[in-house]
Design a protein around this ligand. Structure first.
Ligand SMILES: Cc1ncc(COP(=O)(O)O)c(C=O)c1O
Length: 377
Protein backbone atom coordinates (compact mmCIF):
# COMPACT_ATOMS: atom_id res chain seq x y z
CA UNK A 1 0.00 0.00 0.00
CA UNK A 2 1.45 3.34 -0.98
CA UNK A 3 1.87 5.91 1.78
CA UNK A 4 0.14 8.52 -0.30
CA UNK A 5 -2.14 8.29 -3.30
CA UNK A 6 -0.04 8.31 -6.45
CA UNK A 7 -1.28 10.66 -9.16
CA UNK A 8 0.94 10.92 -12.23
CA UNK A 9 2.06 14.54 -12.53
CA UNK A 10 0.74 14.97 -16.06
CA UNK A 11 -2.83 13.95 -15.08
CA UNK A 12 -3.01 15.85 -11.77
CA UNK A 13 -5.36 18.83 -12.12
CA UNK A 14 -4.26 21.94 -10.25
CA UNK A 15 -6.29 21.90 -7.05
CA UNK A 16 -7.24 25.55 -6.91
CA UNK A 17 -10.54 27.38 -6.79
CA UNK A 18 -11.46 29.34 -9.95
CA UNK A 19 -10.21 32.92 -9.74
CA UNK A 20 -13.02 35.43 -9.23
CA UNK A 21 -12.72 38.39 -11.58
CA UNK A 22 -12.00 41.65 -9.73
CA UNK A 23 -15.02 43.41 -11.25
CA UNK A 24 -17.64 40.81 -12.07
CA UNK A 25 -20.63 42.13 -14.03
CA UNK A 26 -21.73 38.75 -15.36
CA UNK A 27 -25.48 38.33 -15.16
CA UNK A 28 -26.92 35.43 -13.21
CA UNK A 29 -25.70 35.84 -9.66
CA UNK A 30 -26.84 37.87 -6.67
CA UNK A 31 -24.23 39.54 -4.46
CA UNK A 32 -22.94 36.46 -2.65
CA UNK A 33 -21.42 38.54 0.15
CA UNK A 34 -24.98 39.56 1.10
CA UNK A 35 -26.00 35.97 1.89
CA UNK A 36 -27.71 36.12 5.32
CA UNK A 37 -25.27 33.79 7.06
CA UNK A 38 -26.40 34.25 10.70
CA UNK A 39 -30.10 33.80 9.86
CA UNK A 40 -29.37 30.79 7.63
CA UNK A 41 -27.20 29.27 10.33
CA UNK A 42 -30.03 29.62 12.87
CA UNK A 43 -32.46 28.00 10.44
CA UNK A 44 -30.03 25.16 9.69
CA UNK A 45 -29.34 24.58 13.39
CA UNK A 46 -33.04 24.44 14.21
CA UNK A 47 -33.63 22.14 11.25
CA UNK A 48 -30.92 19.74 12.36
CA UNK A 49 -31.98 19.82 16.00
CA UNK A 50 -35.64 19.17 15.27
CA UNK A 51 -35.45 16.84 12.26
CA UNK A 52 -36.70 13.34 13.03
CA UNK A 53 -34.19 10.53 12.38
CA UNK A 54 -36.28 9.52 9.37
CA UNK A 55 -35.34 12.83 7.69
CA UNK A 56 -31.78 11.58 7.33
CA UNK A 57 -32.85 8.58 5.28
CA UNK A 58 -33.43 8.30 1.52
CA UNK A 59 -35.56 11.27 0.71
CA UNK A 60 -39.12 11.69 -0.54
CA UNK A 61 -38.67 12.44 -4.27
CA UNK A 62 -41.30 15.18 -4.02
CA UNK A 63 -39.14 17.04 -1.49
CA UNK A 64 -39.72 17.48 2.24
CA UNK A 65 -43.33 18.15 3.13
CA UNK A 66 -42.28 20.94 5.53
CA UNK A 67 -40.71 22.82 2.61
CA UNK A 68 -43.57 22.11 0.22
CA UNK A 69 -46.00 23.52 2.81
CA UNK A 70 -43.88 26.61 3.41
CA UNK A 71 -43.50 27.20 -0.34
CA UNK A 72 -47.23 26.76 -0.98
CA UNK A 73 -47.98 29.57 1.49
CA UNK A 74 -45.17 31.81 0.30
CA UNK A 75 -45.84 31.42 -3.43
CA UNK A 76 -49.56 32.09 -3.03
CA UNK A 77 -48.88 35.19 -0.94
CA UNK A 78 -45.88 36.66 -2.76
CA UNK A 79 -46.38 35.52 -6.37
CA UNK A 80 -50.10 34.73 -6.64
CA UNK A 81 -49.33 31.11 -7.58
CA UNK A 82 -52.05 28.46 -7.19
CA UNK A 83 -49.92 26.10 -5.18
CA UNK A 84 -50.74 23.14 -2.95
CA UNK A 85 -48.03 21.06 -1.27
CA UNK A 86 -49.06 18.01 -3.31
CA UNK A 87 -48.38 19.84 -6.58
CA UNK A 88 -44.93 21.09 -5.57
CA UNK A 89 -41.72 19.29 -6.45
CA UNK A 90 -38.46 20.41 -4.85
CA UNK A 91 -35.48 20.27 -7.20
CA UNK A 92 -31.83 21.32 -7.35
CA UNK A 93 -32.42 24.72 -8.89
CA UNK A 94 -34.22 25.54 -12.11
CA UNK A 95 -31.53 23.88 -14.24
CA UNK A 96 -32.42 20.57 -12.64
CA UNK A 97 -36.13 21.38 -13.00
CA UNK A 98 -35.86 21.98 -16.71
CA UNK A 99 -33.87 18.74 -17.24
CA UNK A 100 -36.54 16.91 -15.32
CA UNK A 101 -39.28 18.42 -17.47
CA UNK A 102 -37.33 17.52 -20.63
CA UNK A 103 -37.19 13.90 -19.48
CA UNK A 104 -40.90 13.74 -18.66
CA UNK A 105 -41.79 15.28 -22.02
CA UNK A 106 -39.61 12.72 -23.82
CA UNK A 107 -41.26 9.91 -21.92
CA UNK A 108 -44.67 11.24 -22.99
CA UNK A 109 -43.58 11.10 -26.62
CA UNK A 110 -43.23 14.86 -27.05
CA UNK A 111 -41.06 16.07 -29.91
CA UNK A 112 -40.34 19.73 -29.23
CA UNK A 113 -39.66 22.04 -26.29
CA UNK A 114 -39.34 25.65 -27.46
CA UNK A 115 -37.31 28.33 -25.75
CA UNK A 116 -37.20 32.09 -26.14
CA UNK A 117 -34.85 33.23 -28.93
CA UNK A 118 -32.84 35.07 -26.27
CA UNK A 119 -32.40 33.12 -23.08
CA UNK A 120 -29.97 31.54 -20.66
CA UNK A 121 -27.55 29.32 -22.59
CA UNK A 122 -27.44 26.68 -19.85
CA UNK A 123 -31.21 26.20 -19.94
CA UNK A 124 -31.21 26.12 -23.71
CA UNK A 125 -28.54 23.42 -23.57
CA UNK A 126 -30.45 21.52 -20.87
CA UNK A 127 -33.54 21.42 -23.07
CA UNK A 128 -31.48 20.35 -26.09
CA UNK A 129 -29.78 17.63 -24.02
CA UNK A 130 -33.18 16.01 -23.43
CA UNK A 131 -33.11 15.05 -27.11
CA UNK A 132 -36.13 17.17 -28.01
CA UNK A 133 -36.19 19.68 -30.88
CA UNK A 134 -35.68 23.20 -29.57
CA UNK A 135 -37.41 25.73 -31.83
CA UNK A 136 -37.11 29.34 -30.71
CA UNK A 137 -39.83 31.93 -30.13
CA UNK A 138 -38.91 35.53 -31.03
CA UNK A 139 -38.76 38.07 -28.18
CA UNK A 140 -38.91 41.86 -28.01
CA UNK A 141 -39.14 44.38 -25.19
CA UNK A 142 -42.61 43.03 -24.26
CA UNK A 143 -41.46 39.44 -23.87
CA UNK A 144 -42.00 36.46 -26.16
CA UNK A 145 -44.22 36.73 -29.25
CA UNK A 146 -46.54 34.03 -27.98
CA UNK A 147 -48.94 34.61 -30.87
CA UNK A 148 -46.33 32.73 -32.95
CA UNK A 149 -46.68 29.53 -30.89
CA UNK A 150 -47.91 26.68 -33.01
CA UNK A 151 -47.33 22.93 -32.79
CA UNK A 152 -44.71 22.89 -30.00
CA UNK A 153 -45.25 20.43 -27.16
CA UNK A 154 -43.90 22.83 -24.53
CA UNK A 155 -42.38 26.28 -24.30
CA UNK A 156 -40.09 27.84 -21.73
CA UNK A 157 -40.92 31.49 -20.98
CA UNK A 158 -39.69 34.15 -18.54
CA UNK A 159 -42.93 36.17 -18.19
CA UNK A 160 -42.13 38.35 -15.16
CA UNK A 161 -38.76 39.45 -16.48
CA UNK A 162 -37.56 38.22 -19.85
CA UNK A 163 -34.03 36.90 -19.59
CA UNK A 164 -31.94 38.66 -20.68
CA UNK A 165 -33.84 41.49 -22.46
CA UNK A 166 -35.71 42.44 -19.30
CA UNK A 167 -39.28 43.21 -20.41
CA UNK A 168 -42.34 41.66 -18.82
CA UNK A 169 -44.69 39.58 -20.93
CA UNK A 170 -47.46 41.89 -22.19
CA UNK A 171 -50.94 40.99 -20.87
CA UNK A 172 -52.23 40.18 -24.39
CA UNK A 173 -49.30 37.83 -24.91
CA UNK A 174 -49.96 36.10 -21.60
CA UNK A 175 -53.50 35.49 -22.77
CA UNK A 176 -52.27 34.21 -26.15
CA UNK A 177 -49.94 31.80 -24.38
CA UNK A 178 -52.72 30.47 -22.18
CA UNK A 179 -55.11 30.14 -25.13
CA UNK A 180 -52.43 28.24 -27.07
CA UNK A 181 -51.95 25.86 -24.14
CA UNK A 182 -55.70 25.29 -23.75
CA UNK A 183 -56.25 24.70 -27.45
CA UNK A 184 -53.24 22.50 -28.22
CA UNK A 185 -52.55 20.80 -24.89
CA UNK A 186 -49.05 22.32 -25.02
CA UNK A 187 -47.25 22.95 -21.75
CA UNK A 188 -46.17 26.43 -20.60
CA UNK A 189 -43.11 26.50 -18.37
CA UNK A 190 -42.87 29.76 -16.42
CA UNK A 191 -39.33 30.47 -15.21
CA UNK A 192 -39.87 32.97 -12.37
CA UNK A 193 -36.20 33.29 -11.42
CA UNK A 194 -36.26 36.84 -10.00
CA UNK A 195 -39.93 37.81 -9.85
CA UNK A 196 -39.63 39.30 -6.36
CA UNK A 197 -37.16 41.93 -7.50
CA UNK A 198 -39.36 44.51 -9.17
CA UNK A 199 -38.57 48.13 -8.42
CA UNK A 200 -40.97 50.76 -9.64
CA UNK A 201 -44.26 48.94 -9.27
CA UNK A 202 -45.74 46.04 -7.37
CA UNK A 203 -44.32 42.64 -8.46
CA UNK A 204 -46.29 41.12 -11.35
CA UNK A 205 -48.23 38.03 -10.37
CA UNK A 206 -47.34 34.68 -11.87
CA UNK A 207 -48.86 33.68 -15.22
CA UNK A 208 -49.54 30.27 -13.69
CA UNK A 209 -52.56 31.72 -11.85
CA UNK A 210 -54.31 32.18 -15.22
CA UNK A 211 -54.19 28.48 -16.06
CA UNK A 212 -52.76 26.26 -13.29
CA UNK A 213 -53.62 23.14 -15.29
CA UNK A 214 -51.47 24.22 -18.24
CA UNK A 215 -48.51 25.97 -16.64
CA UNK A 216 -45.53 24.63 -14.73
CA UNK A 217 -44.41 27.42 -12.42
CA UNK A 218 -40.67 27.27 -11.61
CA UNK A 219 -38.91 29.17 -8.84
CA UNK A 220 -35.42 29.16 -7.38
CA UNK A 221 -33.43 30.39 -4.40
CA UNK A 222 -30.51 31.23 -6.72
CA UNK A 223 -31.27 34.98 -6.91
CA UNK A 224 -33.07 35.50 -3.62
CA UNK A 225 -30.39 33.67 -1.58
CA UNK A 226 -27.52 31.97 -3.42
CA UNK A 227 -27.11 29.63 -6.41
CA UNK A 228 -24.74 27.43 -4.40
CA UNK A 229 -27.68 26.20 -2.31
CA UNK A 230 -29.11 24.45 -5.38
CA UNK A 231 -32.68 24.84 -4.17
CA UNK A 232 -35.54 25.25 -6.61
CA UNK A 233 -39.18 24.23 -6.97
CA UNK A 234 -41.75 23.37 -9.59
CA UNK A 235 -45.51 23.75 -9.18
CA UNK A 236 -47.05 21.30 -11.64
CA UNK A 237 -50.46 20.70 -13.18
CA UNK A 238 -52.19 17.74 -11.53
CA UNK A 239 -51.88 15.46 -14.56
CA UNK A 240 -48.12 16.05 -14.87
CA UNK A 241 -47.17 15.64 -11.24
CA UNK A 242 -46.65 11.90 -10.87
CA UNK A 243 -44.52 11.60 -14.00
CA UNK A 244 -42.31 14.46 -12.78
CA UNK A 245 -41.93 12.74 -9.41
CA UNK A 246 -40.95 9.54 -11.20
CA UNK A 247 -38.27 11.43 -13.17
CA UNK A 248 -37.05 13.15 -10.00
CA UNK A 249 -36.65 9.72 -8.39
CA UNK A 250 -33.99 8.92 -10.98
CA UNK A 251 -32.20 12.20 -10.62
CA UNK A 252 -31.96 12.92 -6.90
CA UNK A 253 -32.33 16.38 -5.41
CA UNK A 254 -31.07 18.80 -2.79
CA UNK A 255 -30.05 17.73 0.72
CA UNK A 256 -32.94 17.19 3.12
CA UNK A 257 -31.26 19.36 5.75
CA UNK A 258 -31.02 22.30 3.36
CA UNK A 259 -34.67 21.79 2.46
CA UNK A 260 -35.66 21.84 6.12
CA UNK A 261 -33.53 24.94 6.68
CA UNK A 262 -35.28 26.75 3.82
CA UNK A 263 -38.67 25.72 5.22
CA UNK A 264 -37.71 27.23 8.56
CA UNK A 265 -36.22 30.30 6.87
CA UNK A 266 -39.49 30.98 5.05
CA UNK A 267 -41.77 30.25 8.02
CA UNK A 268 -39.77 32.47 10.38
CA UNK A 269 -40.11 35.49 8.06
CA UNK A 270 -36.35 35.59 7.37
CA UNK A 271 -36.90 34.98 3.63
CA UNK A 272 -39.24 37.98 3.33
CA UNK A 273 -36.80 40.14 5.27
CA UNK A 274 -33.90 39.14 3.04
CA UNK A 275 -35.88 39.89 -0.11
CA UNK A 276 -37.03 43.28 1.23
CA UNK A 277 -33.45 44.26 2.09
CA UNK A 278 -31.98 43.04 -1.17
CA UNK A 279 -34.73 44.70 -3.22
CA UNK A 280 -33.70 48.09 -1.79
CA UNK A 281 -29.99 47.39 -2.30
CA UNK A 282 -30.41 46.25 -5.93
CA UNK A 283 -32.73 49.15 -6.75
CA UNK A 284 -30.07 51.57 -5.48
CA UNK A 285 -27.46 49.84 -7.62
CA UNK A 286 -29.68 49.97 -10.66
CA UNK A 287 -30.25 53.72 -10.13
CA UNK A 288 -26.50 54.30 -9.73
CA UNK A 289 -25.73 52.34 -12.92
CA UNK A 290 -28.36 54.18 -14.96
CA UNK A 291 -27.18 57.59 -13.65
CA UNK A 292 -23.51 56.81 -14.35
CA UNK A 293 -24.26 55.65 -17.91
CA UNK A 294 -26.41 58.73 -18.61
CA UNK A 295 -23.58 60.96 -17.39
CA UNK A 296 -20.56 59.18 -18.89
CA UNK A 297 -21.91 57.42 -21.99
CA UNK A 298 -24.89 59.42 -23.23
CA UNK A 299 -24.97 57.41 -26.50
CA UNK A 300 -25.72 54.14 -24.68
CA UNK A 301 -29.36 53.16 -24.19
CA UNK A 302 -30.23 51.17 -21.06
CA UNK A 303 -33.24 48.87 -21.13
CA UNK A 304 -34.81 46.14 -19.04
CA UNK A 305 -34.36 48.05 -15.81
CA UNK A 306 -37.77 47.66 -14.16
CA UNK A 307 -36.80 44.47 -12.41
CA UNK A 308 -34.15 41.89 -11.67
CA UNK A 309 -30.40 42.04 -11.17
CA UNK A 310 -29.21 42.93 -14.66
CA UNK A 311 -29.74 45.53 -17.38
CA UNK A 312 -29.17 45.58 -21.13
CA UNK A 313 -26.93 48.37 -22.39
CA UNK A 314 -27.27 48.99 -26.12
CA UNK A 315 -23.96 50.13 -27.53
CA UNK A 316 -23.42 53.54 -29.08
CA UNK A 317 -23.45 53.38 -32.91
CA UNK A 318 -20.58 51.65 -34.69
CA UNK A 319 -19.13 49.88 -31.64
CA UNK A 320 -19.00 46.08 -31.67
CA UNK A 321 -19.77 43.86 -28.69
CA UNK A 322 -16.38 42.13 -28.88
CA UNK A 323 -14.58 45.45 -28.84
CA UNK A 324 -16.32 46.64 -25.67
CA UNK A 325 -16.02 43.26 -23.93
CA UNK A 326 -12.26 43.37 -24.62
CA UNK A 327 -11.91 46.96 -23.48
CA UNK A 328 -13.79 46.09 -20.29
CA UNK A 329 -11.57 43.03 -19.73
CA UNK A 330 -8.47 45.22 -20.08
CA UNK A 331 -9.87 47.22 -17.14
CA UNK A 332 -10.50 44.11 -15.04
CA UNK A 333 -14.26 43.96 -15.76
CA UNK A 334 -15.97 40.79 -16.89
CA UNK A 335 -19.23 41.40 -18.73
CA UNK A 336 -21.16 39.46 -21.36
CA UNK A 337 -22.29 40.35 -24.85
CA UNK A 338 -26.01 40.05 -25.57
CA UNK A 339 -25.24 37.81 -28.56
CA UNK A 340 -24.03 35.08 -26.18
CA UNK A 341 -27.67 34.57 -25.21
CA UNK A 342 -28.98 34.40 -28.76
CA UNK A 343 -30.27 31.02 -29.92
CA UNK A 344 -31.80 31.77 -33.32
CA UNK A 345 -33.93 34.13 -35.39
CA UNK A 346 -33.20 37.79 -36.06
CA UNK A 347 -30.47 39.34 -33.87
CA UNK A 348 -30.93 42.45 -31.71
CA UNK A 349 -28.60 45.46 -32.00
CA UNK A 350 -25.21 45.03 -30.25
CA UNK A 351 -25.51 45.29 -26.47
CA UNK A 352 -24.05 44.16 -23.17
CA UNK A 353 -25.90 42.29 -20.44
CA UNK A 354 -24.74 43.97 -17.24
CA UNK A 355 -25.23 41.98 -14.03
CA UNK A 356 -25.26 44.83 -11.54
CA UNK A 357 -26.35 42.50 -8.77
CA UNK A 358 -23.19 40.41 -8.93
CA UNK A 359 -20.28 42.41 -7.44
CA UNK A 360 -19.91 42.84 -3.71
CA UNK A 361 -20.75 46.35 -2.43
CA UNK A 362 -17.11 47.40 -2.18
CA UNK A 363 -16.47 46.62 -5.86
CA UNK A 364 -19.71 47.93 -7.33
CA UNK A 365 -18.86 51.59 -8.01
CA UNK A 366 -15.39 50.65 -9.32
CA UNK A 367 -16.99 48.13 -11.69
CA UNK A 368 -19.48 50.71 -12.98
CA UNK A 369 -16.78 53.39 -13.44
CA UNK A 370 -14.60 50.95 -15.42
CA UNK A 371 -17.53 49.77 -17.50
CA UNK A 372 -18.39 53.40 -18.36
CA UNK A 373 -14.75 54.04 -19.30
CA UNK A 374 -14.74 50.98 -21.58
CA UNK A 375 -17.95 52.15 -23.25
CA UNK A 376 -16.90 55.78 -23.60
CA UNK A 377 -13.46 55.17 -25.11
C1 LIG B 1 -33.23 32.95 -16.70
C2 LIG B 1 -32.78 32.22 -15.48
N1 LIG B 1 -33.59 31.31 -14.94
C3 LIG B 1 -33.23 30.61 -13.83
C4 LIG B 1 -32.03 30.83 -13.24
C5 LIG B 1 -31.68 30.04 -12.02
O1 LIG B 1 -31.19 28.79 -12.34
P1 LIG B 1 -30.82 27.79 -11.13
O2 LIG B 1 -32.01 27.76 -10.24
O3 LIG B 1 -30.53 26.50 -11.78
O4 LIG B 1 -29.63 28.37 -10.44
C6 LIG B 1 -31.14 31.75 -13.77
C7 LIG B 1 -29.83 31.95 -13.15
O5 LIG B 1 -28.93 32.55 -13.70
C8 LIG B 1 -31.54 32.47 -14.92
O6 LIG B 1 -30.74 33.39 -15.47
Amino acid sequence: VAERPVVPAETAAPDVAPVQPRFDLNAGSPDLTAFPRPAWLSALRRALREAPAEALGYADPRGRVELRRALAGYLARARGVHAAPDRILVCSGFTHGVQLLGLTLRRRGARSFATEAYGHFVHHQAVAASGLDVPVVAVDEHGALTELLDGEDAVLLTPAHQFPLGGSLAPRRRLHAVEWARETGGLLVEDDYDGEFRYDRQPLGAMQALAPEHVVYAGTASKSLAPGLRLGWLVLPGDRYDEAVAARELMGGPSTLEQLALADFIESGAYDRQIRRRRIAYRNRRDALVAALAREVPGARVTGIEAGLHAVVELPGGVSEDEVVERAAARGVVVQALSEYHHGGPARPPALVVGYGTPPDHAFSGAVARLCAALAT
